[in-house]
Design a protein around this ligand. Structure first.
Ligand code: PBG
Length: 317
């Protein structure tokens, strides 16, 4: 008789035949950077998402590196809105990249306008340009995003990470980096980013909730798998080095599919709402936090993600 339970008889056998691991280096923390000094505040209170000032970021970066991390994801939350804040060489995002200089951590710098536009959209709004849901001017936004990417690369970011979902931005960013002699900068595309309900806590922490409308004119319909693969194909053709799938848990099928189809590194983003589901359910005493956390992470890795951006990461160091 085939007895699969033979493998589960002892702790040692269970460990010995574990197929999927979650090494610390595969976990990428995301930090929300604000102006000031000595700032570390949870936003919203109790959510587990923290805003840090630059000095605290550096301390966190050291702690992460000492704990085995290799990369961090950076989101700037500037005091002053306005897209031209984003394109400055001394933008808060650029200063965050510089604050981590010399730590031998890979700096993954978010490239988006949503923390800068007055209305919280990921690009610049133009009435009537994109049907009922949109209104974000694609090409004007792409031109700005390419400038932002060059600034961040120039500040020292090893990886620029456009998360805006405009068309053609990977090609534009790649060309702008080449023109600026920064062709060695990695471009990680948020290739398939769904218009998800699971970004809620992030929008508080990043102060980027859209003031009107929603993001369905540029982020993807969560019902669409073929379209997600097309987005990825386009971004790889345009010159993306790596691909992001987001959210993670609601897209495990796509993570597995991408892993089968393409031989590029694949990153999954366990987004703020996914984190919140575990965090809040555990706070309510409904589930065991550590076990639930580890189970989500190992599932995302098992589906095929190389790296996972996750708010749980600092708990591993
Ligand atoms: C913005 C951006 C968002 C996230 C990452 N980059 C929010 C959004 O698209 O509304 C969400 C991440 C999270 O929820 O943790 N470009």
């Amino acid at each position: 008789m085939q007895r699969n339970r033979r493998f589960r008889r002892t702790e040692s056998l269970l460990r010995l035949f574990t197929e999927t691991e979650v090494p610390v280096r595969s976990l990428v923390p995301a930090y929300f950077i604000v102006e000031g000094t000595g700032v570390r505040r949870e936003v919203p209170e109790g959510s587990g998402l923290v805003q840090l000032s630059l000095d605290v970021l550096r301390e966190e970066g050291k702690r992460a590196k000492d704990g085995g991390a290799e990369a961090v994801m950076l989101f700037a939350v500037p005091d002053h809105k306005g897209v031209h804040e984003a394109t400055r060489a001394d933008s808060l995002a650029c200063r965050a990249v510089r604050a981590l200089e010399g730590l031998e951590l890979t700096r993954m710098a978010d490239v988006c306008l949503c923390s800068y536009t007055p209305d919280g959209h990921c690009g610049v709004w133009q009435d009537g340009t994109h049907g009922r849901h949109g209104g974000v001017d694609n090409d004007a936004s792409v031109a700005l995003l390419a400038q932002v990417a060059v600034r961040l690369a120039d500040a020292g970011a090893e990886m620029v990470c456009p998360s805006d979902m405009m068309d053609g931005r990977i090609a534009a960013i790649r060309a702008a980096l080449d023109d600026a002699h920064m062709g060695e900068t990695l471009v990680m595309s948020y290739a398939a980013k769904m218009a998800s309900a699971f970004y809620g806590p992030f929008r508080h922490a990043a102060e980027s909730a859209p003031q009107h409308g929603d993001r369905r004119g540029y982020q993807m319909n969560p019902a669409n798998a073929r379209e997600a693969l097309r987005e990825i194909e386009t971004d790889l053709q345009e010159g993306a080095d790596l691909i992001m799938m987001k959210p993670a848990l609601t897209n495990l099928d796509l993570i597995a599919e991408v892993r089968r189809r393409w031989n590029v590194p694949l990153i999954a983003y366990q987004v703020s709402g996914e984190y919140a589901m575990v965090h809040e359910a555990a706070r309510a005493g409904r589930i065991d936090r550590t076990r639930a956390r580890n189970e989500t992470l190992v599932s995302i890795r098992r589906a095929g993600a190389d790296l996972v951006v996750t708010y749980f990461a600092p708990e591993f160091w």
